[in-house]
Design a protein around this ligand. Structure first.
Ligand code: ZN
Length: 383
């Protein structure tokens, strides 16, 4: 048995429509009562936030809503969020939304408790010095797994995405309410779901810190996600499929928070930075080429995963069956399949390849070394 360490959040509560009783849950879990709610305008307009705020107030919370989170959140949004919380002396943070809102909430909770360390000094692994405010997270997509990871991704400058990775970013309390994901359109359901599948696969094949717990979580995550992706895409109201996806995405988050993701993510980030391709979709677009590239080292692990997802036996090569089954699933999900379908131009690929090389934090985890020439070939294959 290998020596390993595994961390995750202490409390995970799964309940259909549980968000309707969030105030009561948080009031019994935390003594703090001046709450900063971090979310995005889309959820406010969809009418999701108002009843939650009313319930929080009815349970004794003073609530400040910060609803300016955008996709690929830049540093200035995080700073604006922290400033609004300072004005209200917030003493607890609730992140409710997609990965961007949860990532901003996690770092806001840290910055609000920090005694002077600047955000720019926190990028990297294990750099955060302070503790944080009490933190609760409620995801509204089944994808990033951010609710159970120790990672926040922020866009620095115009186009570069940087990660803060630190144990302080593990939340105190997570609510998984799949009813919140029912309104997610098909394309988002597909892209975020495929992102979660990538988390499970990259955790299972990670060169670093892969361990029996992360493996068990990754396998069960991938089983749930592959079984429920197409049903959730076909009928967004399918409760079993929505719950399977949300649970699967969370388990994948637990896996990759311990056994980190690799080249699919490293190549996906520049697509978000330069072309604003959403995170999930970027990963979906790069998955096929990177799987084929990694197969020379990862084939035995892909073969194990082929059995986990019950991939049809089509060849003598189970790793190949695995890659083919995933391709078929992605086709069925309705997600765009090529970079050219999302506005990426052929003459932009070289820049993407050089940008991907900056993601050293992720590339070191890949089962096969990726050079800049490899990255360019992978983008060309995906184009
Ligand atoms: Zn991801």
């Amino acid at each position: 048995m290998p020596t390993f360490e595994f961390q995750t959040v202490p409390t995970i509560h799964m309940e259909w429509s549980g968000a309707a009783r969030l105030g009561e849950r948080l009031a019994s879990h935390f003594p703090a009562r001046r709450l900063l709610l971090v979310t995005d305008m889309g959820l406010v307009k969809a009418g999701l936030i108002a009843p939650i705020v009313a319930d929080l107030k009815a349970n004794g919370f003073a609530v400040t809503v910060f609803d300016a989170v955008t996709a690929d959140p830049p540093e200035r949004i995080l700073h604006a969020c922290v400033q609004s919380a300072r004005q209200e002396s917030s003493d607890i943070v609730l992140g409710l939304g997609g990965g961007s809102s949860l990532d901003v909430a996690k770092l806001a909770a840290v910055l609000l408790a920090s005694t002077g360390q600047s955000l720019s000094d926190m990028y990297g692994i294990g750099k955060v010095e302070s503790s944080r405010l009490p933190l609760a997270l409620v995801p509204t997509t089944s994808g990033t797994g951010s609710e159970v990871t120790n990672i926040s991704i922020i866009t620095t400058g115009e186009t570069t995405k940087m990660g803060v990775v630190s144990p302080q970013l593990y939340a105190d309390y997570v609510l998984l309410d799949a009813a919140l994901t029912v309104g997610l359109p098909q394309l988002h359901t597909a892209a975020t779901g495929i992102d979660a599948m990538v988390h499970a696969i990259e955790a299972y094949t990670s060169r670093h810190r892969k361990n029996p717990l992360s493996d068990a979580l990754a396998r069960e995550a991938l089983r749930l996600l592959t079984a429920n992706l197409v049903p959730a895409c076909r009928d967004g109201n399918n409760r079993d499929a929505r719950e399977g996806m949300l649970l699967g995405a969370m388990l994948a988050g637990q896996a990759f928070s311990n056994a980190p993701v690799a080249a699919v993510h490293a190549l996906a980030y520049p697509l978000g930075g330069h072309y604003h391709v959403p995170h999930g979709l970027s990963n979906a677009l790069m998955l096929g080429p990177v799987l084929r590239f990694n197969a020379k080292a990862a084939a035995p692990l892909y073969a194990e995963l082929a059995d986990v997802i019950a991939a049809p036996v089509r060849s003598a090569d189970r790793a190949r069956d695995f890659v083919d089954a995933l391709q078929a699933l992605m086709d069925e999900s309705g997600a765009p399949r090529r970079l050219r379908d999302v506005g990426v131009e052929e003459n932009g690929l070289a820049l993407l390849a050089s940008e991907a090389m900056k993601q050293t934090r992720l590339l070191v985890n890949n089962p096969v070394e990726v050079t800049e020439a490899d990255a360019l070939r992978l983008y060309q294959e995906a184009h």
